[in-house]
Design a protein around this ligand. Sequence first.
Ligand code: AVJ
Length: 320
Amino acid sequence: MSPFTVTRTLPADATAAALRADVADGLTSTPKQLPPKWFYDARGSALFEEITRLPEYYPTRAEREILIARAAEIADATGARTLVELGSGSSEKTRHLIRALPDLRVYVPVDVSESALELAGEALLAEHPRLTVHALVADFMNGLALPDDTPGPRLLAFLGGTIGNLLPAERAAFYASVSDLLAPGDALLVGTDLVKDEATLVSAYDDAQGVTAAFNKNVLAVLDRELGADFDPSDFDHVAVWNAEEEWIEMRLRARKDLTAKIPAMDLAVHFEAGEEVRTEVSSKFREEKVRAELAAAGMDARRWWTDAQGRFAVSLAVR
Ligand code: AVJ
């Protein structure tokens, strides 16, 4: 078998169909909403990379600090021979982990972006020629099946705080499906941003340079390109608010005036009153007890909890 294979479990047109379904639901409901996964076309992914380097956006640096400091402990605790990474993107975060896992034989990056998987796979193989890389083009929210050759113990990594983009019910379903996928003795490594003061959180999602605003508005450019819509991103303001009850940051786009956007591909016209908002992202912030309890509810035992020195972000290791 070639050391690098890519398996597509998403039909080529699944993405287009999913976008239409999300727009049909989300822009006709009250309040309006769109799922955050549609930010990430090539421009959106580049803007997100830029966000990770902003002074205000601490999660990426905090998580990297933890992974570097704890890679050897993670390797010891898991003895992983297979590493599965959900939402792997450029695989930058996992590089430290891969270097630290002495028994690693198979790496399974999972992402909706085939181009990201190919680039990351080639780069990793250049560094680890004996590793088998079996990339999966898949949307892991719609159930996940592992390739045949994934020797245990397996470590499944879901990093970056992306778990925070799921609503509580989706999160429970996600943990349950991960637990189903794992065998006893396999482990889950999950990165969670933590509850902290409101000013720090809001500025992480509303930076001075306006990169997050451009990232947020990019979803409108995606709708324009993919669905022939006529949104003008400059008709909307970027909004980031802390929802203290739910303990999540919400990003929204707020119409600056009354407007009607046409979405010809779907025979849809969407009206916004001046000031009306569409919620584009929820980014939940966590406390240790809640992470533990949610993992336990899915049959996983949170054995380790590591934070960065400033206590801003946590990485948990849970065993099935
Ligand atoms: C990649 C989903 C973890 O929620 O912090 C960054 C995305 N949104 N700035 C996050 C994001 C606005 C990010 N995640």
